[in-house]
Structure formats: structure tokens, C-alpha cells
Design a protein around this ligand. Structure first.
Ligand code: ARG
Length: 468
């Protein structure tokens, strides 16, 4: 750029001088929005086709434009396209290059603004990303279900407050995450649905006086419902101002990130020497540059950290749009870095989680040693008293007294001598020790949502079928 600033051909008509170098540097988005090139070209091809159908472009002009756009696509794909910062964004870069090759391209921007153009590009991009995320989520779900099936008879303590609570199985624990990630699928599908309305034709703010047919463009771009009927936005002002699809995508990513971070934290704890329940694969662990013995669960720690990044992207979009007057404001250009980052990172995070979990090996011995803690069955013992007619509140106290005796005498709960047990409550007649049997404990939990072995087997089958 010379000191005497070049004027912008696209909007430069009313200006005597182009923007300052500093303004260009500040205002350009092509350094990041060039990622939208294929969506931008798809949008332009559809727009040109529609313009030809309503007679605004001749068939010849349209064909030349489409051919030109296809050529540009090949050039960009091959990395031969010269992106120019002074042309601000992806839209102007492509339009300028096209106009240089195809004179008819000067008519392409008829009945279109960059405002409805960028809204369209981003929506197409979000829909594409949702397809990729759905694939990654399904892959992760399949791996978790497989891992659950392989570890259906590995028992571990379940924790509340990170204190041993009641026995569960590794399968039940893993299937909890299957539920979460399956809900995430629905949230990404909802974001995709929010994006599935075509804003093209909204123009800058109030549409156009020209006789365009928005349904044609929408259909060509795949903005359709389940029956193939076109979905076009129904208010031109909302259409160019709306960033809900991006925000919803980032919300889906943020919540999915929270789920990933909780799984990560469980794996970090479980792979510690203190727990020793699981060994994560070498390929997703790292050593220490100083301590030779170290084997750190880095993939899981990074996942835990990424959750912050997803939340930052969501926060970014919420803050960006808060209090913004209708309709398009240049602030909105900055919606892309957080959106792109959320999509890139969630895809990476899901792939890393899938690969790490695929190589996770559970240590049955360590798991069972922990699950054998008789305290885990204290509640089952209270239930035993309830079956014999004692109100639960009272049973809870009676078992509490028994637990106190066990702690005082340093005895495992089920090894308290009978005479001593009777001092806790006369209801501890002979036979109360039968509760301390994990098989019994699990077999008593064959109700929906519980970790009974047959219930879990059904759950595993249900998921296997659902994910086929
Ligand atoms: N690069 C812009 C963005 O992403 C495109 C829309 C520009 N519209 C405008 N009126 N300046 O928001």
C-alpha cells in the first residue's frame, strides 16, 4: 500500500481517499474469515442461479459466473489464491478476483449485501461443523459403550463429595457419560436447526426492490426442512442481526466441554497411584523432563482446561451481541474467531477423548479392592432394617451407631461381633451380615436407571442398537 491510500472498488464510490493503513489492519477479517471461502462460493453460485431464473442475469452471464467461481474454488483449494488484506474480507476478495476474470460478475452483488452474505456463509459453515461434531460424538459414544461392555463386571465405589458412597460398576459410571454426550448431540442438532434458515435476500437490512425468489436460493443451498421445503428467514432485520446460531453452537460446545472435563477429571483421579483404577494409553500420556517415574494424564488435563476455552467463546458471543442495536454492526465481524475456535477445539477434544478412552485399561483388582469396602453397603444395611419394619430415619441412626462402633474398634463394618451389634440396636438380629455381599447388592438394583447387572446389560444393548 502506498501512503496515498487506494480506494476500495466495492464501496469506494463516495470516498475521495481509501482507509488508513492502520484502519485496514484493524478492520480486515480476511485473515480469519477466508475459512468461509467454500461457503461463500456456494452462496454466490446459488445467488447467481436464482438471479438467472428470475431474469436478472442472462443464462450466459450466470454460466460464466458459476464457471469463474468454480475456477476460483480450485485456485483457493490449491493454495494459489492471493488473499489481499486491503480487500477486507473473504467476500470482497472473492468478488474482486471473480470480476477481474468474468466481467458479468459485476452483476453478482445485485440484490445482495455482505450483511446477508456473511449471515448465509456462517450458517452454512455451522451446519457443516455440526455434521462433523455429530460424527465425532457418535464415535466417542461407541467407544464408551464398548468400554462399558468390556468392563461390565468391574465394580468400583461410586462417589459423592468425592467420598465413597455406594458400589457401582465401571459400566454404570461410563454410561453416565454416554447419557451426557448423547444429550450434547441433541444440542448440536438444535444449533444446526437454528442455522438452517436462509438469510439471503434480506439484503443490507430491508431486502430489495428487485423481483428475487428467495425460496430458490434457499433450496439450492440446502436450507430445507425434513420434507425438502425451503426455509427462508422471515424478518430481514433479524436475519442480518441474528447471531443465535453461532451462540447456540458455542453453547453446545461449552456444555459438551463441561462434560468432557468431568470425564477427564474422573480419569485423572482414577489413573493416580492413590486410586489406580485405570491406566491411560501411553500415546496420550507424557513423561516429565525431570522425574523419570512420571506418567502424566496430559490428554485429560488438557481436556479439563479446554472447557474454559469453550466457555470463553460462548461468553464472547453473548457479550458481543448484548445491547447491540439492530441490525448489522461491524462489531459482529468479531463473531468468527470464537466460533471457529470452538468448532476446531471441540472436534479435536472429542477425537482425543475417543482415542484416549479407546486405550484405557481398567485394573479389576484395584477396582474390586476399593469396591470391597463394607462401608459402601451401610445404606443397604439400613434398607435391610426397613424391610424388617423400621422407619428409614431410625434405621439410618441405627446403622450410624454401628459405623461408630466399627470406627472405634477399628473393625470392618461386617465383622462387628453380634453382641456388639446388638448394642447399636436390638434390631441387628442374626443375619444382618448377609447384606455385605456385592453380588446381592447389585442384584437388588435391577430397576430402571440402576446398576443391576441385567439392567446394565439391557442398557448396553440399547445403546449399541441406538448407535449402530
Ligand atoms: N466482514 C464482515 C463481517 O464479517 C462482512 C459484513 C460487512 N458488512 C458491512 N456492512 N461492512 O461482519
Amino acid at each position: 500500500m502506498s501512503a496515498k491510500h487506494k480506494t476500495q472498488a466495492t464501496w469506494g464510490g463516495r470516498f475521495s481517499a481509501g482507509p488508513a493503513e492502520l484502519m485496514l489492519q484493524f478492520g480486515e477479517s480476511v485473515s480469519f474469515d477466508r475459512r468461509l471461502w467454500s461457503q461463500d462460493i456456494r452462496g454466490s453460485k446459488a445467488h447467481a442461479t436464482m438471479l438467472a431464473r428470475v431474469g436478472i442475469l442472462s443464462a450466459k452471464e450466470c454460466a460464466a459466473i458459476v464457471r469463474g467461481l468454480d475456477g476460483l474454488a480450485r485456485e483457493i483449494q490449491a493454495g494459489k489464491f492471493k488473499w489481499q488484506l486491503e480487500l477486507e474480507d473473504v467476500h470482497m476478495n472473492i468478488e474482486r478476483a471473480l470480476t477481474e476474470r468474468v466481467p458479468a460478475a459485476a452483476k453478482l452483488h445485485t440484490a445482495r449485501s455482505r450483511n446477508d452474505q456473511v449471515a448465509t456463509d456462517v450458517r452454512l459453515w455451522i451446519k457443516d461443523q455440526c455434521v462433523a461434531v455429530e460424527g465425532a460424538l457418535v464415535a466417542l459414544l461407541k467407544t464408551l459403550v464398548k468400554l462399558a461392555a468390556a468392563n461390565a463386571t468391574v465394580y468400583v465405589p461410586g462417589y459423592t463429595h468425592l467420598q465413597r458412597a455406594q458400589p457401582v460398576s465401571v459400566a454404570h459410571h461410563l454410561l453416565a457419560y454416554v447419557e451426557m454426550f448423547n444429550r450434547d448431540r441433541k444440542r448440536f442438532a438444535a444449533a444446526s436447526d437454528a442455522a438452517n434458515w436462509c438469510p439471503l435476500g434480506s439484503g443490507a437490512i430491508a431486502g430489495t426492490t428487485l423481483p428475487i425468489k428467495r425460496e430458490i436460493t434457499a433450496k439450492l443451498l440446502g436450507f430445507v426442512d425434513a420434507k425438502g421445503r425451503p426455509r427462508v428467514t422471515t424478518n430481514s432485520m433479524d436475519a442480518v442481526a441474528d447471531r443465535d446460531p453461532a451462540t447456540e453452537f458455542c453453547f453446545a460446545a461449552a456444555l459438551c466441554g463441561v462434560h468432557l472435563s468431568r470425564l477427564a477429571e474422573d480419569m485423572i483421579l482414577w489413573s493416580s497411584t492413590e486410586f489406580g483404577f485405570v491406566r491411560l494409553p501411553d500415546a496420550f500420556s507424557t513423561g516429565s523432563s525431570l522425574m523419570p517415574q512420571k506418567r502424566n494424564p496430559d490428554s485429560m488435563e488438557l481436556l479439563r482446561g479446554k472447557a474454559a476455552r469453550f466457555q470463553a467463546s460462548l461468553q464472547h458471543l453473548l457479550s458481543l451481541t448484548k445491547g447491540l442495536p439492530l441490525t448489522y454492526n461491524r462489531d459482529l465481524q468479531d463473531d468468527k474467531p470464537p466460533l471457529f475456535d470452538a468448532a476446531d477445539q471441540i472436534l479435536l477434544a472429542l477425537a482425543v477423548t475417543e482415542a484416549t478412552m479407546a486405550g484405557a485399561k481398567f485394573n479389576r483388582e484395584r477396582c474390586h479392592a476399593a469396591a470391597a469396602d463394607p462401608m459402601l453397603l451401610a445404606t443397604d444395611l439400613a434398607d435391610w432394617l426397613v424391610v424388617r419394619g423400621m422407619p428409614f430415619r431410625q434405621a439410618h441412626h441405627a446403622v450410624g451407631r454401628l459405623v461408630a462402633i466399627a470406627e472405634k474398634h477399628r473393625l470392618p463394618l461386617h465383622e462387628i461381633p453380634q453382641e456388639l451389634a446388638l448394642t447399636a440396636d436390638p434390631a441387628f438380629t442374626k443375619g444382618w451380615q448377609e447384606v455385605f455381599n456385592l453380588t446381592r447388592a447389585f442384584q437388588s438394583r435391577e430397576k430402571i436407571g440402576m446398576p443391576g447387572p441385567r439392567t446394565l446389560e439391557r442398557e448396553i444393548k440399547r445403546w449399541q442398537k441406538a448407535l449402530r
